[in-house]
Write a protein that binds this ligand. Sequence first.
Ligand code: CA
Length: 218
Amino acid sequence: MRVLVVEDEIDIARALSQALEEDGYAVDVARDGESGLFAASACDYAAAVLDLMLPKRDGLGVLRELRRLGRTIPVLILTAKDTLRDKVAGLDTGADDYLAKPFQIEELLARVRALIRRSSGQASPLIQIGDVEIDTVAAVVRKEGRAIDLAPKEYALIDLLARNRGKLISRGVIYNHIYDDNDETFSNVVDVYVSNLRRKLGKDFISTRRGQGYMIDV
Ligand code: CA
């Protein structure tokens, strides 16, 4: 899954993107409000972490414009001070959650997971598909109760397909979700991951729509 971080403080941006990547997300970082707004409008992110104090356009301005454009991307705002006014303004402008600085990275990761889960209509962190169980908190897949050894990108792919069960997902969308802007691989690696997953989870687990994409059937 792909997540956007809009944060101008280099150290925080770096720590955030590193922690999110370790949690299995592809991460893009925007360093000011204008480029954050551009990225969030152009790409289909699973969630955004948005700082309020930003150069060029502040976080509330970015959020207001995204909602005006009808973008439903889940947004967690970072407030510099834990003031009631900041929190209320953020939530009233369309934020889904907030965290005051300084924050613990573990809490931020948990909140991002919860946002993504809720936005995909998935209240429980466990997704059960036949004898396969996907634990979206631990990022572990089990088949018949046994943990399956998956590469991080294989997990990212199964997670995307499982959350969108019954929907056809194109190679392009898959590619955007599992790679960030810094990756320079070719999109046929998606087919390689799909064939690895079929080998590990059963050949009928993921179906192919020729020339269109992949899906997990309901
Ligand atoms: Ca800032």
